[in-house]
Design a protein around this ligand. Sequence first.
Ligand SMILES: Cc1cc2nc3c(=O)[nH]c(=O)nc-3n(C[C@H](O)[C@H](O)[C@H](O)COP(=O)(O)OP(=O)(O)OC[C@H]3O[C@@H](n4cnc5c(N)ncnc54)[C@H](O)[C@@H]3O)c2cc1C
Length: 416
Amino acid sequence: MAGTEPADQRIIVVGAGIIGICCALALRENGFAVTVLDKDGPGEATSFGAAGNLGGNAHFAIPGLIWKLPRMLLDPRHPLSLRWRDLPELVAWFRRYSSYAPAEHAARVSKAGAALSAGIFEAYATLLRDAGAPDLLTKHGRLFVWSTDAGWHKDQYGLAIRRQRGIHLDEMSGDQVREMEPALGPIVRRGVYAPDAGHIVNPHRLVTVLAALLRAKGGEIRRESVRTIELATDGHPIVVTSEGRREADQVVLAAGVWSRDFAAGLGTPIPLVAERGYHAMMPEPGVAMKVSTLWEERKIIVTPMEHGLRASGIAEFAVREAPPRYKLAERVKRSALALIPGLRDVGSTRWMGRRPVTPDYLPVIGRAPRHPNVIFAFGHGHSGYNLGPATGRLVGEIAAGRTPNIDIAPYRPDRF
Ligand SMILES: Cc1cc2nc3c(=O)[nH]c(=O)nc-3n(C[C@H](O)[C@H](O)[C@H](O)COP(=O)(O)OP(=O)(O)OC[C@H]3O[C@@H](n4cnc5c(N)ncnc54)[C@H](O)[C@@H]3O)c2cc1C
């Protein structure tokens, strides 16, 4: 590791989602030989169906959530959902989550998240220029809308945190919102516009074109299922896959929510759970929209994509491999139809994905505490697209033995 030139080192990246591909590109940039392993094609798991929003938001634990949970879960229109039989497994996670709710933690967590999403548009603009697909990125801002005054007042805490993080927000009346996005219906009473935000118009195609860029730059992507990560007696990692044993100088673990099993096998249990989200894709929506819009009371986002209108949302806490409950995607769609009166759902499709979430909603980035030749890069929750390029940059610097130019302590694997 240390003292060896990057060009002499092979790094295996486990996982070809947005995080694994961003890491692999940055590692190539640093001169390493890179092989990415994924059991499926690039971007086919959680990264496939994201809403693609960039900027405008901040993440933090909601104070008192644990006490509000029962009422939220009994409300059939609330975005939070739980498979009750999985509750025992999730209780420990929720307890930890609640410990991050006090205001000082919220400030620290949202600051650490913001440090990773700074410069996101420039980072994607460069990558997409190199990939020949600059059209995937738009910067038309984002809208956040409310249908009730009560909802608007309740969300002032979250808006204050966003403003503290330097996010510019313009308040609007319902009519001003409709002037900007005429497809939105009379249900909208208030809005906030974040002009410096934007979105990716097809998240899966983004990962696909970045994977092609990686190949063009000499990186390798192989379709193999990883069984375990072992350590040779001299400490170098061996990745055991469906196809055999692959030796490497370093390994980057970027397998999204599935990283938990490998991290535990390496002696570092991480409280990583699946917060499952759903989308409904309307290929012929019958309305034209430009700005991605989040309806705050229902926590559903409608995003204009290059291949239709995507309505996404739901925070379903369930064990990772539980079967999808597509009625939740239907719930998302019904909310979209209520928000946008002219929306047509003919030919719509449904999807479920697993956001990899830690109790403080920050990713895990850094060397594995007990095995320094393995670097962790997972747990990006709701923000994998926002945090991908910066995660890649940090992983590249860590692998090369350079000191990262931001403080990486908030993302330490041993912080729990
Ligand atoms: C409904 C929804 C909306 C979202 N909207 C946004 C948004 O607007 N903006 C944003 O920034 N983020 C958003 N996200 C979050 C974002 O999608 C995730 O944070 C991101 O996709 C995580 O990427 P990842 O690469 O870590 O994981 P994944 O995309 O899940 O990739 C992990 C990869 O590891 C592979 N893998 C797993 N196990 C193995 C194994 N044993 N062997 C080989 N390969 C393996 C998988 O096949 C997979 O390809 C959203 C998520 C959801 C569900």
